[in-house]
Design a protein around this ligand. Structure first.
Ligand code: MG
Length: 117
């Protein structure tokens, strides 16, 4: 377990293997994770609940893409992931942290720590 401040994380990822592994890594580090499979579910969840951190994939099925989701909730701490290079996403603002796929435990926790600081 880590001594970091536990965060409530909304994790949005359509790839179930990545979603489950990332949930495990974050829970292992003491964070509380609510995981959903697309932007529509995430946006609906955020209408009723609060999270400290939005962690979202970009390419997902559904009406609301990761980009749209991140932009709608840009007031939150936002961690964005994708298999593409960061330069393909000029809409990312400087407060958002970009985590390229594939990422490992160390890279994920470092990104979360950067946003929590
Ligand atoms: Mg995806």
């Amino acid at each position: 377990m880590s001594s970091e401040r536990p965060l409530v994380v909304l994790l949005v990822e359509d790839d179930s293997a990545i979603r489950e592994l990332s949930t495990m890594i974050l829970e292992d580090a003491g964070h509380e994770v609510h995981a959903v499979r697309d932007g529509d579910a995430a946006d609906a969840w955020l209408q009723q609940n609060e999270a400290d951190l939005l962690f979202t994939d970009i390419r997902m099925p559904g009406r609301i893409t990761g980009e749209e989701l991140a932009r709608r909730h840009a007031h939150m701490r936002v961690l964005v992931t994708s298999g593409e290079v960061k330069e393909q996403h000029p809409w990312l603002d400087e407060r958002m942290v970009y985590l390229p796929k594939p990422y490992d435990r160390k890279a994920l926790l470092a990104a979360v720590r950067q946003l929590a600081a």
